[in-house]
Design a protein around this ligand. Structure first.
Ligand SMILES: [Zn+2]
Length: 280
């Protein structure tokens, strides 16, 4: 097993978003009243798992249409996201060659070579890049996540189905009882790649655990936290759908990360994590 950690550009957010804490309000964390100079840039990660069952991609990052020339492009972003409001909270830049489709192509990998694409959740910085991997054999997210996209006004602003329309996105139902909410989905039925429900940031958010035969594992906890500091100090991000669930998920991420068999525990947007390859 091998896990490639990619950076597929960056996202400009309020500094209150990653480590805003339990008392942070959503307006403050969204940064909509904050100048760009007061904001911070975080990486947007995606992961390629080389497994015995084939290639599995986790998340897609931004689409090239967000940043056609590799620079910040307001009008292109509003068009790509399909929303002016989302542009205000999420601005992205992807240098040339860094979009996930471009990085895979540089490795000689076509979308058709991907057995699975797992979307840990459907936020724009994870699902806006789906058009680059259309043709993958299976593109999946949790049924809980897809069910939440129209649940209220906030959700209808947050999620735009145009990102994955026509991609053949399918949902999976939990088929196991692992994790803090006893909801998990074993992708191949052998425990090698398991999606584990860690709701809070979004309703259907999942972590992906990649395990070797000897029990050593890598935990990709997506936006369940924003770095090691999140789980070490139990500091939640500034925005949550459900604070109580978010904290329950974060405590579980901490427990897993401290497990001696945990080789690496990675947040999607950790500034301290650089692109690298993990051999399991
Ligand atoms: Zn994210």
């Amino acid at each position: 097993m091998r896990v490639h950690v990619f950076h597929t550009g960056a996202v400009c957010v309020s500094p209150n978003l990653p480590f805003g804490g339990e008392d942070c309000n959503p307006i403050k964390a969204s940064g909509i009243f904050q100048k760009r100079s007061e904001r911070i840039w975080l990486p947007v990660s995606a992961y390629l798992i080389e497994s015995d069952h084939g290639l599995v991609l986790v998340d897609t990052g931004w689409d090239r249409s967000m940043s056609p020339n590799g620079t910040l492009d307001k009008e292109a972003q509003i068009a790509s996201l399909g929303s002016r409001a989302l542009y205000l909270t999420n601005q992205g830049v992807i240098a040339k060659g860094m979009a996930i489709g471009e990085q895979l192509a540089a490795m000689g990998i076509k979308p058709q070579d991907l057995d699975y694409v797992i979307l840990t959740h459907l936020d724009c910085d994870h699902a806006n890049g789906v058009p680059q991997i259309v043709g993958a054999r299976h593109i999946v997210t949790s049924a809980d996540e897809l069910a939440s996209i129209n649940k209220n006004v906030m959700a209808r602003i947050r999620y735009q189905s145009k990102w994955w329309e026509g991609s053949g996105l399918k949902t999976f139902d939990w088929n196991g009882t692992e994790g803090p909410f006893h909801k998990s989905y074993d992708l191949f039925g052998d425990g090698s790649i398991v999606c584990i429900a860690i709701p809070g940031h979004s309703d259907g958010l999942c972590a992906v655990r990649v395990s070797a035969d000897d029990g050593r594992f890598v935990l990709l906890f997506s936006d369940g936290g924003y770095g090691e500091k999140s789980w070490r100090e139990l500091i939640p991000s500034g925005i949550a759908n459900n604070r109580a669930d978010q904290m329950t998920s974060l405590r579980w991420i901490r427990e897993q990360s401290l497990d001696p068999k945990c080789v690496e525990s990675l947040a999607n947007h950790d500034q301290k994590v650089k692109p690298h390859v993990i051999e399991l």
